[in-house]
Design a protein around this ligand. Structure first.
Ligand SMILES: Nc1ncnc2c1ncn2[C@@H]1O[C@H](COP(=O)(O)OP(=O)(O)OP(=O)(O)O)[C@@H](O)[C@H]1O
Length: 274
């Protein structure tokens, strides 16, 4: 095993020609991706395209069958994965907390990586101040003293992002964070992500979704997956286009961007190449 310390000058994530094969079936085929500090990637594709499979590789949760994944400059398979994961903020939308802990305490458990607070653990003044800062960024400062059990799904989602950010990871991975949220909750979430990215310019994020309306306007790059293969990857304005999104979803779709946000609807006429 080599050191799990991040290499400072390496890209935060690098996947080179990865395949994931399960039961003889290719869930990902020849996918490559490089994520640098300050970039905000969207992984887009239809149901079953392989988005969550790719996110699991990037989060050091699973290994590729072929190809290489480097997380913070360290190759998966050559380092202690648990040590690498401390540098990755991974939000679990099914956070298994059932007790009425104050929201502030839940956010602080991001430092001990535990569901309940560690019995004798106390945050430093600096750690407490960081929790307040993140609660404020995620629009949750007014709920900091409230019991976890009283939060709505959208409020829990934003608190869990604050929790994931407590160890000051360099990379935040988000799997369909807006799923199931009503319009207001979705907009609050996206606004908080935009604010977070502005306040933490070195942070990189990778966000999985199949809805273009769920992309924050600060999205910088996109990777389109179809049936495990990469349709396109690069700067968002070159990739989130009517032609490429139609190819990705296998259906003629028309894309518009207004005030930084995207809208998708079925096209009236099919793009020429479909
Ligand atoms: N362990 C596994 N063994 C076999 N097939 C799997 C396994 N895990 C996932 N799959 C299949 O791989 C394909 C890709 O799954 P994945 O969850 O990555 O897609 P997705 O793009 O995230 O889809 P969705 O948008 O529906 O969440 C699916 O057809 C899924 O059924």
């Amino acid at each position: 095993m080599t050191s799990a310390e991040p290499l400072p000058d390496a890209p935060l994530l690098r996947a080179d020609a990865v395949d994931v094969v399960r039961d003889g079936r290719y869930l990902l085929r020849d996918v490559s991706l490089t994520v640098e500090a300050g970039q905000h990637w969207a992984l887009l594709g239809a149901n079953g395209a392989g988005k969550s499979t790719l996110l699991a590789l990037l989060g050091a949760v699973s290994h590729p069958t072929h190809g290489e994944v480097h997380v913070l400059g360290r190759r998966l398979g050559r380092v202690d994965i648990r040590a690498l994961r401390t540098h990755l903020g991974h939000v679990n939308p099914r956070h298994p907390l059932r007790s009425p802990l104050p929201v502030r305490t839940v956010v602080l458990t991001g430092l001990t990586n535990s569901i309940e607070p560690e019995p004798r653990w106390r945050p430093t003044a600096e750690q407490s101040a960081h929790a307040e800062h993140l609660l404020d960024t995620m629009g949750m400062a007014h709920r900091a003293d409230d019991p976890w059990t009283t939060l709505s799904q959208g409020e829990r989602g934003r608190a869990l992002i604050a929790r994931a950010l407590m160890p000051q990871p360099r990379l935040l991975l988000l799997d369909e964070p807006a799923t199931g949220l009503d319009l207001t909750a979705r907009e609050l979430l996206l606004g908080s992500l935009d604010l977070l990215r502005g306040r933490h310019p070195g942070l990189a994020t990778v966000l999985v979704t199949h809805h273009l309306e769920e992309l924050p306007e600060t999205t910088t790059h996109a990777l389109l997956l179809r049936e495990g293969g990469c349709v396109a990857a690069g700067p968002v304005e070159e990739v989130v286009t009517t032609e490429l999104i139609s190819a990705c979803f296998g259906h003629p779709i028309s894309i518009t961007r207004h005030d930084g946000r995207w809208t998708a609807r079925a096209a009236r006429t099919a793009p020429a190449e479909l």
